[in-house]
Design a protein around this ligand. Structure first.
Ligand SMILES: Cc1ncc(COP(=O)(O)O)c(C=O)c1O
Length: 495
């Protein structure tokens, strides 16, 4: 495609038909990629690929077609791990063909601020309303779409910090607090919570990791003891975080107990429901999230267990004004005043995504979930969530019935922790064996399943958020682990 020879440049093509042709080619290529994902080989890039990627800034562009060809041959083949039907290593989204196509529409409309009276403001509001409905979260609550679970937690905790601080936090910041503010979470809480607490100036040392029981749920008595100990020591316990699906074991805290305690102690109650919140639309596991509706704020994402394209997360906040006041500017930015004035007149100010999270300019974040939810409806997503929960149960049954394997944690939801354990081996030997197994598995598909350490024990783990997996895939991984385990055992005995 030749560049314009006209004096004034533009990124629009000289030949729109050629651009259309390239577009079709790109769509064809990506549809084929997604269609054949189960048969794709996936590797890490070779040193040569890395050299090819890391080139000096091009002074003259090579053209759209060439850049796309490079993507096809030197980027795409090394991508897509989490899209495989046999990928359960980390809680990572699988995407979908329609999600990909609607992503093109999002980019096609370019950036905006998702604030009424622009049309994207109403689309955004509708998506928030649908999410609230699916989670049984109060109608009067508000929310904002963000980049993922980490930002969703950050946003909720920012509101918590400001709303519960003993000073005007926006004015004085953390430097002005009379008592150190402390926050509590079970020891299975996700590490992104620590990042949020640090970035919010609260300090990682003021995040109390409370012990969990054999069921991996936060121990309420231990939490009560910690808050009263902190109060006596002059701290300000201001927030407790509940986990709806811990990343290691998929455990759910007792949200009603946490909500009761938070109310008594005047603490903000936040829930990290990044993936687990979606049990709410299952038939069998919805009661795990009972009490979620009592939280002051909830972080959830759509790019993991709702199979939507990355990066899509959401923060819901019950007190819409507290949410708005956390992010809105102290002074009015004159250059964008006109749009906020229109919002004010229409009574839509609290719906403006640009006033409810860090970014001012945003992509049309809500278009993807809007189109996907319209296209498939709640029913389809409920079936898919249920399917994954059933698959977790199926895998757990295979493990339980197998005398050479064991479950290493109770299976509360969609995460199955297990290991090869033929009996008669020490903890050290079991760790050696299972480490051998996982390193062999990583050679087949990196993170097909993963390893982790729970309560001091090395374990294998499958986190099932994959709409492409079928029952036979779980038979496959069960047999694979057993076969590799037997081989590792016989090697161990030879030594
Ligand atoms: C429970 C939990 N919370 C938060 C996160 C962070 O979410 P994200 O990766 O979307 O930032 C994760 C990621 O796996 C998670 O499992």
């Amino acid at each position: 495609m030749a560049y314009s020879k006209k004096q004034e440049e533009t990124l629009d093509p000289d030949d729109w038909e050629e651009m259309r042709k390239l577009g079709y080619e790109m769509v064809d290529d990506m549809i084929d990629f997604q269609r054949g994902i189960a048969n794709q080989e996936c590797h890490f890039p070779s040193p040569q690929n890395i050299t090819d990627i890391c080139i000096p800034l091009p002074e003259k562009g090579e053209g759209e077609k060439q850049a796309f060809n490079f993507f096809q041959h030197s980027i795409k083949p090394f991508h897509g791990h989490s899209m495989y039907p046999r990928f359960w290593g980390v809680v990572a989204g699988t995407g979908s063909p329609y999600g990909m196509l609607s992503g093109m529409l999002t980019s096609g409309l370019s950036a905006n601020i998702e604030t009424p009276p622009f049309v994207d403001g109403y689309v955004h509001r509708q998506v928030i309303d649908w999410i609230k409905e699916m989670l049984d979260y109060p109608k009067e609550a508000g929310g904002v779409l963000v980049s993922g679970g980490s930002e969703a937690n950050f946003t909720g905790l920012a509101v918590a910090r400001n709303a519960r601080s003993e000073i005007d936090m926006k004015e004085g910041g953390m430097q002005g607090v009379p008592r150190k503010m402390v926050v509590y979470v079970g020891d299975g809480g996700h590490h992104c919570l620590e990042r949020s607490v640090e970035l919010l100036g609260i300090g990682g040392g003021n995040l109390r990791w409370i012990p969990t029981g054999d069921d991996y749920r936060i121990k309420i008595d231990a939490l009560k003891e910690a808050t009263s100990r902190d109060r006596k020591a002059g701290y300000h316990p201001f927030c407790v975080i509940g986990c709806a699906g811990t990343v290691d074991t998929g455990a759910f805290d007792d949200f009603n107990a946490l909500a009761d305690l938070a109310a008594k102690e005047k603490m903000w109650f936040h829930i990290d429901a990044a993936f687990g919140g979606w049990v709410k639309i299952s038939k069998t596991h919805r009661s795990l999230a009972d009490g979620l509706e009592r939280a002051d704020s909830v972080a959830i994402d759509l790019h993991k267990w709702m199979y939507m394209p990355y990066g899509l997360g959401c923060t819901l906040v019950r007190d819409r004004l507290a949410h708005y006041k956390t992010f809105v500017y102290g002074h009015e930015a004159q250059y964008i005043k006109a749009i906020y004035d229109r919002s004010k007149v229409a009574g839509d100010l609290l719906d403006g995504a640009s006033n409810l999270a860090l970014p001012l300019s945003r992509s049309f974040t809500s278009l993807n979930p809007y189109l996907l939810l319209r296209a498939y409806g709640r029913e389809k997503y409920s079936h898919l969530i249920q399917q994954n929960l059933n698959q977790a149960k199926y895998l757990a049954n295979l493990i339980e019935r197998d005398p050479e394997m064991e479950l290493t944690a109770p299976v509360a939801s969609n995460v199955v922790c297990f290991r090869f354990n033929p009996g008669g081996l020490s903890e050290n030997e079991l760790e050696t064996l299972n480490k051998r197994i996982i390193s062999e598995i990583y050679k087949i598909i990196f993170w097909m399943i993963s390893d982790t350490v729970i309560k001091g024990r090395f374990t294998l783990r499958a986190a099932i958020v994959n709409h492409r997996s079928r029952r036979e895939d779980f038979d496959y991984v069960h047999n694979l682990v057993k076969e590799l385990g037997r081989k590792a055992l016989s090697d161990l005995k030879k030594k």
